[in-house]
Write a protein that binds this ligand. Structure first.
Ligand code: FES
Length: 104
């Protein structure tokens, strides 16, 4: 697992783009208002938008470019125009640090 950030840097309602050399593609981290932390691929599957720049609502993020919605828990598309789900990545929060296990 990769140490991604301090939980202090990702308050509830916030998102963070993680672009590390170890990653094959950038990952977006989200901290929901209910206190859950999720990680999905940062790049929208419709075009080249960064989902960490999108709007977080509940367990969904809305793409900032054409408003596709993705479920942070499953990566599923909840609203078009995107048709392909994003990958999800396992997240753990330990001692105030967010760890991510990038999906293969
Ligand atoms: S780039 Fe995300 S919906 Fe078009």
């Amino acid at each position: 697992m990769l140490a991604a950030c301090s939980l202090r840097d990702l308050p509830p309602g916030a998102a963070l783009r993680l672009d590390l050399p170890e990653l094959s593609a950038p990952i977006a981290l989200f901290h929901t208002e209910r206190g859950e932390v999720y990680a999905i691929d940062d790049t929208c599957t419709h075009q080249e938008a960064s989902l960490s720049d999108g709007w977080l609502e509940g367990c969904e993020v809305e793409c900032p470019v054409h408003s596709s919605k993705f479920d942070l828990r499953t990566g599923a598309v909840d609203a078009p125009p995107a048709k392909i789900p994003v990958r999800t990545h396992k997240v753990e929060v330990r001692d105030g640090t967010v760890f991510v296990d990038p999906a293969p």
